[in-house]
Design a protein around this ligand. Structure first.
Ligand code: GLU
Ligand code: ZN
Length: 498
């Protein structure tokens, strides 16, 4: 027997997604908690890619995965591109190892050939269900005679490899949930290699955890029953001298529930990592919120940095109850993080979003950079995600005088009455000598509110849409100043001819 606890094993955790390229919030949380656990304990954060399913995995999604983790800023100590002593870190490059392990399990009778066809398995399951018996694999091929094996082979059947579970209960102490017991009828013998030779997650995952000397497995609660299956396999590997003999400790992170109290993994309301990124969440904003899904830094405190999280992170403090994902809250936290950035930093982060909407080209000119730097404080308090800031600032960078981001706003506001207001404001502004916020404000108030008796909303709404293209914009008078006299007058003129 291997020791059931390995007190002196160095802390090594792993994040091991399949390459879908678009992680959902639950995956992000798993990555974050593993990263924080490694940092807190001075251990290694291993990144492994579970790409054994050639039909579903692609090089593109593999790249997407690396890119996602990099964007999040969760630096991995070992893994693709970083290297490490126990690589390769892509399962698709480890098939020789899996074949070797499968052979060892088979020859030591820890696993056996199963010739049952899908139809036969399904049929026996039905019978068991009808009789009220457990419907898992019934051990049919555990002790086949040579004659039975020969008969199956004569029929041309190819066997799958099935791991032999013990007939006693499996008990382990979960780092989050405490003691867990699975009765043997709930963890029947399971397939580790398909009849076509393909090794399954059930094999590759624990084999890699063992050979990579993973000390702690922190993963979603949906894998709780996998742990009951994997523990005996780990012990078997230890007995066979495969891996370093470290039996990992397990901690299962609570489910994350999305809208309608459905598991978020099925449908992330933010559109997965790519969706959050596209809308302009800051990685540190998204991670800060995700940290709150089952963990708290203490008290009512909700805002913290990654380093602060790592300093405080203890797996025992993770709450086993399901966590509720709230997109509004996630946005609010992101907004607070945005507000805490320096103006220079925020301006720099807005650039790709301005490029996305075509307001900036691939390389911003020095003038554009200065303009962006000057305009950024106007929107810093008004957005929750970067794309909103870019939408509001886009008007400053386009030289197209008919530039209107939101055509709907133009139709709603630039009515006949609206155009009269625009004409009056243009005339008033054209007479201005000094082009600064205070002068602009006073001349517009005089012309529209005082002389025409308009309410501010009706006075400035049309001007705002004519100049910025949208009803939601940075403060109007400052915007006019930044846009400059010529461009402002040109836009007001263009709005009249719409
Ligand atoms: N590749 C598995 C997944 O993405 C890993 C699960 C685990 O952490 O063991 O679900
Ligand atoms: Zn069988």
């Amino acid at each position: 027997m291997v020791e059931t606890s390995a007190p002196k094993a160095p802390v090594r955790v792993r994040f091991c997604p399949s390459p879908t390229g678009n992680l959902h919030v639950g995956n992000v949380r798993t990555a974050l908690f593993n990263w924080a656990f490694a940092r807190h304990n001075g251990g290694a954060f291993v990144f492994r890619v579970e790409d054994t399913d050639a039909a579903r995995d692609s090089e593109e999604s593999y790249r997407g995965l690396l890119d996602s983790l990099r964007w999040l800023g969760l630096h991995w100590d070992e893994g693709p591109e970083a290297g490490g002593d126990v690589g390769p870190y892509r399962q698709s490059q480890r098939f020789d190892l899996y074949a070797e392990v499968a052979g060892a399990l088979r020859s030591s009778a820890r696993a056996y050939d199963c010739y049952c066809s899908h139809e036969e398995l399904e049929q026996r399951r039905e019978v068991a269900r009808a009789a009220g018996r457990p419907s898992g694999y019934d051990g049919h091929c555990r002790e086949l005679s040579d004659a039975q094996v020969a008969a199956y082979q004569d029929q041309g059947r190819k066997p799958a490899l099935r791991f032999r579970m013990s007939d006693t209960a499996i008990t382990f102490t979960d780092l989050v949930r405490g003691e867990i017991t699975f009765e043997p009828e709930h963890v029947p013998d399971y397939v580790v290699v398909r009849a076509n030779g393909q090794p399954l997650y059930t094999l590759t995952n624990p084999v890699d955890d063992a050979t990579m000397a993973i000390s702690h497995v922190l993963r979603g609660e949906d894998l709780l029953s996998s742990t009951a299956r994997q523990l005996p396999l780990h012990r078997a590997l230890g007995d066979l001298g495969i891996g370093g003999g470290v039996l990992p400790s397990y901690g299962h992170l609570p489910f994350v529930m999305g809208p309608g109290n459905r598991k978020l993994s099925k449908r992330d309301p933010g559109g997965g990592l790519l969706g959050y990124r596209e809308r302009g969440f800051l990685p540190e904003g998204l991670l800060n919120y995700v940290a709150l899904l089952g963990w708290s830094i203490g008290g009512d405190r909700e805002l913290f940095s990654l380093d602060e999280m790592a300093a405080e992170f203890r797996i025992e403090r993770v709450n086993p109850n399901p966590a509720q994902f709230d997109l509004k809250k996630c946005e609010a936290i992101n907004g607070l993080k945005l507000r805490a950035l320096s103006v220079d930093d925020l301006a720099r982060r807005l650039v790709p979003y301005l490029q996305d909407i075509g307001a900036l080209g691939a390389a911003a000119s020095p003038e554009q950079e200065t303009l962006l730097r000057a305009a950024t404080p106007l929107v810093q308090e008004r957005m929750t995600v970067l794309s909103e800031g870019a939408q509001m600032l886009g008007f400053l960078f386009s030289d197209d005088t008919t530039f209107v981001v939101d055509a709907g706003d133009a139709v709603a506001v630039l009515t006949a009455d609206g155009k009269e207001v625009v004409a009056a404001s243009r005339e008033a502004l054209a007479s201005l000598d000094a082009w600064d916020t205070a002068a602009i404000e006073s001349v517009l108030r005089e012309a529209l509110v005082v002389r025409r008796g308009l309410r501010p909303k009706n006075a400035f709404g049309p001007v705002r849409v004519a100049v910025t293209g949208r009803r939601i914009s940075p403060p109007l008078f400052e915007s006019l100043e930044l846009l400059g006299r010529e461009r402002s007058l040109a836009r007001l003129g263009a709005a009249l001819t719409r």
